[in-house]
Design a protein around this ligand. Structure first.
Ligand code: BGC
Length: 499
């Protein structure tokens, strides 16, 4: 802890923040986020191709709660003007959305660019800019074109070139106006989830598939970054990164520190070390452990597909900021003798022989994997700052689920207040956090939970063909934070600074 953070820490403990310390820097960007498949609908309008989520959920609707899918979702394909209006109501500086690859390139390849797809994103970008809201654009948020999945998807190394071609089209169309880019959203969920029945393509292949995907995602990201760097940066001066997800992890006892460090490498380092560390490549200790595991299991090839020296150089340093999606925290411990490791990936790892769990003292939420531990965000930001050479961090997702469709969402409001407080503390620690995008602008298709789990600042009435959007209490609170650029003192739950 440096001097400033000691001061801030004692202020927090004593509950007497000065007005200045409750303020976000003037240039801090507040935003909200969404993703194409979760909000757009319009799955078959015009010449749109199928994404893997479109196709797989049509074929296997039982994968999702209530057999829901994103065919209509929030109908943002038609209601994008209302979405912009909501961003304006909130006073956002930034709106994060994603481009549907198969809407823009129906075949997955640039042989044909959809006029309709092109215009849809042009309208959204121009409409946001007219209101002074910066678009932060994700190129791929889990919805790979099915045509590419049929060719092996993220497990096929050729995908790096297919993605680079797509990125080139996207930059050529929109880089004149979009200054913030994310190539790929949460590669951890795409690969580790996609190869563990948690996300499309819904495979179960934790020994090979997820690690092939892991490497290919990194190369794909790097190729897209290099295209921007070489052809667009000098003209448009934008910033490019990829977003990573990691839960924060804490050791259950001090003896569990080593295995907790490995857990962080397994979740984060596998997707971040190659890009953000000075040496590049896989995190060394983890690489050895996983490759030893593979050997013991009789595999002839290393578990983590090796990088060539050229690939290490291609990937290393391909970022302009760190994009962090943070939701919750887990405690980690090594398994006891005879105890099986946690089966599901939020519960532990058979590679690392761990069990992960929630501290019972942390408030729970109606969604079983999620408990509330705000200091985890500050700890994680400090860890990133100390571990990688990052000059700037943007929190690209943070939010809390509820099951209640109603408008009084006290837990969400408190979650935002408490997590934003941790962002301020991290800034005071010396971490350069320059932006925060809340997940999510409005209730939407929450993957395997369908429309049951709700993360929205705005409630959406999914039984209404107009998909009416109504602000929740949390939206009013968030907008008051944005307008005043400050949070109210901690512990003072009676004084919420509503507009
Ligand atoms: C994803 C979002 C998702 C959110 C809440 C993140 O993993 O990027 O698409 O809705 O978490 O589960």
């Amino acid at each position: 802890m440096n001097f400033i953070s000691v001061v801030v820490f004692s202020i927090v403990i004593h509950g007497s923040w000065s007005e200045e310390q409750l303020k976000f820097p003037p240039s801090f960007m507040f935003g909200a986020a969404s993703a194409a498949y979760q909000v757009e609908g319009g799955w078959n309008v015009s010449d749109k191709g199928l994404s893997m989520w479109d196709k797989i959920l049509h074929d296997r609707p039982e994968l999702v709660a209530n057999r829901n899918n994103g065919d209509v979702a929030c109908d943002s394909y038609h209601l994008w003007r209302r979405d912009i209006e909501m961003c304006e109501e909130l006073g956002l500086n930034m709106y994060r959305f994603s481009i549907s690859w198969s809407r823009l390139l129906p075949s997955g390849f640039p042989n044909h660019i959809s006029e309709d797809g092109k215009n849809y994103y042009n309208n959204l970008i121009d409409g946001l800019l007219e209101k002074g809201i910066q678009p932060l654009v994700t190129m791929n948020h889990f919805d790979l074109p099915m045509s590419l999945q049929d060719l092996g998807g993220w497990a096929n190394p050729l995908i790096a070139d297919w993605f680079a071609d797509y990125a080139e089209v996207v930059f050529s169309l929109y880089a004149d106006r979009v200054k913030y880019w994310l190539t790929i959203n949460e590669a951890y969920i795409q690969c580790d989830g996609g190869y563990h029945m948690e996300a499309a393509p819904f495979f179960e292949d934790m020994k090979l598939g997820r690690y092939l995907c892991n490497k290919n995602v990194l190369i794909a990201h790097a190729k897209a970054y290099r295209i921007y760097d070489e052809q667009y940066r000098y003209k448009y001066h934008g910033k490019v990164s990829l977003s990573t997800l990691f839960f924060w992890f804490k050791p259950f006892t001090p003896e569990d520190q080593e295995v907790t460090d490995l857990t962080i490498e397994h979740w984060e380092g596998r997707y971040a070390h190659a890009i953000f560390s000075k040496e590049g490549g896989w995190p060394r200790k983890l690489e050895k452990l996983l490759n030893d595991n593979a050997k013991k299991e009789g595999y002839w090839h290393p578990r983590l597909p090796p990088f060539t020296p050229e690939e290490i150089e291609l990937v290393r340093g391909t970022y302009d900021f760190y994009a962090l999606n943070h939701y919750t925290t887990r405690l980690v411990r090594r398994v006891n003798p005879g105890e099986p490791p946690g089966k599901w990936f939020f519960e532990g790892s058979d590679e690392l022989n761990t069990v992960m769990f929630k501290d019972p003292s942390w408030p729970s939420t109606p969604v079983y994997w999620f408990s509330v531990y705000p200091p985890g965000l500050r700890e994680q930001l400090n860890w990133l700052n100390a571990t990688y050479d990052v000059k700037e961090i943007i929190i690209t997702e943070n939010g809390v689920p509820s099951l209640d469709p109603g408008l009084v969402d006290t837990q969400r409001l408190e979650y935002y207040r408490d997590y934003l407080e941790q962002v301020l503390l991290a800034i005071n620690d010396g971490v350069n956090v320059t932006g925060y995008t809340a997940w999510t602008l409005m209730d939407n298709f929450e993957w395997l939970s369908g429309y049951i789990a709700k993360f929205g600042l705005y409630a959406v009435d999914f039984s209404d063909p107009n998909r009416t959007r109504t602000p929740r209490e949390s939206a009013r609170y968030y907008s008051s934070v944005i307008r005043s650029r400050m949070i109210h003192p901690p512990q003072d739950k009676t004084k919420l600074n509503y507009v």
